[in-house]
Design a protein around this ligand. Structure first.
Ligand code: ADP
Ligand code: ZN
Ligand code: ZN
Length: 730
């Protein structure tokens, strides 16, 4: 038999199928070891054939198969082909997404524990009497006389390896293997409390179930009980013998969702995410592949979960940017989810309180089913938002970070024994250090960005490459002692807050305080157990947390996002504000939200203050149609990066020359086409040049031409890649 094999090498040069021969029967999808050049490497069997063009003296044989069960399913091969055509990645790159990295490198093994017991119906005492030559064997038999089960290792320790093995060989014992699972976050499970669905939830489920459409947009306000709807959908899938995938933006930030899934479905849930230890990831993967677990939960990459026969795919907080992969392979999670949903004939449920306007448009077009839940489970109105005009505060001589309105409400919240959340999307103490006399700005030596001051460590840090520097006492340029701090960060908020409320217990949650494994979980747990009164944090506190005692949310710098030049900054600001505001007043207490801003008249804040998603979406969409931005156009960026600036420039020139031909042939499809330096010319010691394009939406063959023109500019020294609608244009 001829086997068609893709070798596990990411390079474009070997991105094709190789033929091998083998005796016996190797199922398609098996991982195999094959001779390749002078080495032996891993590969995947993707098909079989009767004949091959390879002359028989050159045809090599497969050395061996790696796993007992094919690691790659037929569906994965279909996703692989989809990724190859859609994102122009190599087959090996696509296939790598399906397996935990440790598995490919062979650095972890399945951890199994073996147990022994006497076979049914054997008389241990009689057999022991026959073992006249070995006292150990006789004792061993008597030990198991009462039918007990013992670990094989333990039995060997007590009675010796040879005695135990001897009796196993005689067929007296049954040996069973039990997989020892390293179950992550095992603490995160509580007893399930049965809930009766609210009428809005019933109605939403009914609409989803009766819909003929593949994609369901579950648009439910914060606290409307979307999670319960997901759980019911998953339950229904399982009861039909099917499986389910549930995606969350960032698993570390959603321990509560995990807890709810665990308490409802127990061991049938497997978690897939990068924060797990290698062993945990490996075990969870195999539990899914072997059908021991039937629900995969995780962030973006869990969309590649090794499940078959999917009954539903849920993408929670579908508007989150983390669903877009920004490193190789660059893919859109929702596109892969849609591919899998179509493959399995199941529904894809996208849920959010603030859908991406793209999704909202698809729902308006009738492409997606729009399922709304406009009421909170507790029937209370959404927390009232009040705007604090920081310009007025300044004029009144209040130069602190907190408006008098916020201070007052913090005071009452503390007095009433409730909790508050303060949100500021900037970590550290201060974003910049500037010399008042000469204008010097402290910058990273490896990146073209200014450094952030961290007071706790008294150091300057680069938030792009993590490089650290000593905080200078004098200006390195002019020697002036007058160094001033720019924008405020979370660290400084906590310090000033503590001065203002010395009694208050304050927790901070940002990238600096959550570096350890399960670090997020610990902070969230402490806050939910009321070990603190105020939680200060970056956007990681905005996610779906459910803290019943939170009655006040303060957004310290509501217009911060509005000043970015990104075409989505309005939408993003609206989403963030709505999400953080949604943390307030979720249980039986009413909540309150205070937005501090220097631009109180901005239309986005106005919509956000009234929770008017539709008006925001309509106004964003008409603006984008007028200016030709996504979803009406597609931004395509070709980025070249490398440490040798000359080589980067040469590579971008090659790409540009190729792309100019595409541009010339399809001029009417282009809205924009230009070559330039990237906004941050140097990042992590690499120089970056880009070609920026905007093309009309819906032309997939033009997109293919762009990829095919750009990618050949790759060299061993310069990486050239294509990004579509990138989240981050640095
Ligand atoms: P969302 O994800 O839409 O913001 P959640 O799913 O977190 O909302 O639900 C909000 C709160 O309401 C949670 O504490 C949840 O346990 C509770 N809840 C949801 N559905 C019900 C129900 N049918 N009965 C009682 N409580 C519910
Ligand atoms: Zn200076
Ligand atoms: Zn840097």
């Amino acid at each position: 038999m001829i086997y068609r094999v893709i070798v596990d090498v990411q390079s474009q040069d070997v991105d094709r199928i190789f033929d091998y021969r083998a005796e016996g029967d190797i199922p398609v999808g098996s991982r195999v070891v094959v001779p390749f050049g002078k080495k032996q490497i891993e590969g995947y069997v993707v098909g079989t054939a009767k004949t091959t063009d390879v002359p028989s003296e050159k045809l090599k044989s497969i050395c061996r198969t790696v796993d007992a069960l094919p690691a790659i399913t037929g569906e994965m091969l279909s996703i692989m082909r989809f990724m190859q055509t859609r994102y122009h990645v190599t087959a090996a790159t696509a296939l790598r997404q399906f397996l935990p990295g440790e598995m490919r490198r062979g650095t972890v093994k399945e951890s199994v524990e073996q147990f022994v017991r006497l076979k049914e119906g054997l008389d241990a005492t009689a057999l022991a009497a026959e073992e006249t030559r070995s006292k150990k064997r006789a004792e061993l038999l008597l030990f198991f006389a009462d039918g007990k089960t013992e670990k094989l290792s333990e039995a060997r320790k007590r009675y010796g390896v040879s005695a135990v093995n001897g009796l196993i060989e005689k067929g007296y014992f049954t040996v069973t293997e039990i997989q020892k699972n390293r179950v992550p976050l095992s603490e995160a499970s509580v007893a399930a409390t049965p809930v009766t669905l609210k009428p809005t939830q019933e109605a939403a489920l009914k609409k989803i179930n009766e819909s003929k459409k593949r994609v369901q947009l579950l648009f439910g306000v914060t606290g409307s009980g979307k999670t319960e709807v997901y759980l019911r959908l998953i339950e229904a899938a399982l009861s039909q013998g099917k499986t389910a995938i549930m995606l969350v933006p960032e698993i570390a930030l959603t321990p509560q969702t995990l807890t709810r899934l665990r308490s409802r479905f127990g061991e049938r849930v497997a978690i897939l995410h990068s924060g797990l230890s290698a062993g945990e990831r490996f075990d969870e993967w195999w539990r899914l592949r072997t059908g021991k677990a039937v629900i995969a939960v995780g962030a973006r990459s869990a969309i590649f979960a090794p499940l078959e026969n999917l009954g539903v795919i849920v993408v929670d907080e579908e508007h989150e940017t983390s669903y877009q992969s920004e490193s190789n392979p660059r893919y859109f999670t929702k596109e892969i989810a849609l591919h899998r949903a179509a493959y399995n004939g199941c529904k894809l449920v996208l849920g959010s309180a603030t859908p991406a306007v793209e999704s909202y448009l698809s729902a308006q077009n009738g492409e997606y089913e729009l399922v709304e839940m406009r009421e909170r489970v507790n029937k209370r109105p959404l927390p009232k938002m009040e705007i604090a005009d920081m310009r007025k505060e300044m004029r009144r001589g209040n130069h602190t970070l907190f408006s008098s309105l916020l201070k007052e409400h913090l005071q009452t919240t503390l007095e009433e024994g409730n909790q508050a959340i303060l949100f500021l999307n900037r970590r550290g103490y201060s974003s910049t250090v500037i010399c008042r006399d000469c204008g010097y700005v402290a910058k990273c030596a490896h990146c073209d960005v200014s450094l952030t001051y961290h007071k706790g460590e008294n150091r300057l840090k680069c938030h792009y490459c993590n490089a650290q520097y000593k905080m200078p006492e004098l200006c390195p340029e002019c020697g002036s002692p007058h160094l001033k701090f720019g924008h405020v960060g979370t660290e400084r908020v906590v310090m000033e807050l503590q001065e203002l409320f010395p009694e208050a217990r304050i927790l901070r949650m940002d990238n600096d305080t959550t570096r350890t494994k399960e670090g997020h979980y610990k902070i969230l747990k402490a806050f939910s157990e009321k070990e603190a009164d105020i939680l200060v944090g970056t956007q990681m506190i905005a996610k779906g947390h459910d803290f019943p005692s939170v009655t006040l949310v303060g957004v310290l710098d509501a217009d911060m996002g509005l000043h970015f030049s990104d075409y989505r900054s309005g939408e993003r600001t609206f989403q963030l504000i709505t999400q953080v505001a949604g943390r307030s007043g979720r249980a039986d207490k009413s909540g309150k939200v205070i937005l501090q801003t220097f631009t109180p008249d901005n239309y986005v804040l106005d919509f956000a203050g009234r929770y008017d998603y539709e008006s925001m979406a309509q106004s964003e969409l008409s603006l984008r149609r007028a200016t030709m931005f996504p979803p009406y156009a597609r931004i395509v960026r070709v980025l070249a990066s490398g440490t040798d600036e000359k080589k980067v420039v040469a590579a971008i020139k090659t790409a540009y020359e190729n792309l100019e031909k595409v541009y010339a042939a399809h001029r009417e499809e282009f809205i924009f086409f230009q070559k330039m330096k990237a906004p941050i010319l140097r990042l992590q010691t690499k120089f970056r040049y880009q070609i920026l394009m905007r093309i009309k939406e819906g032309n997939t063959s033009l997109l293919t031409e762009i990829y095919e023109a750009a990618l050949p500019a790759n060299t061993p020294y310069v990486s050239v890649f294509v990004e579509e609608n990138p989240n981050n244009m640095t």
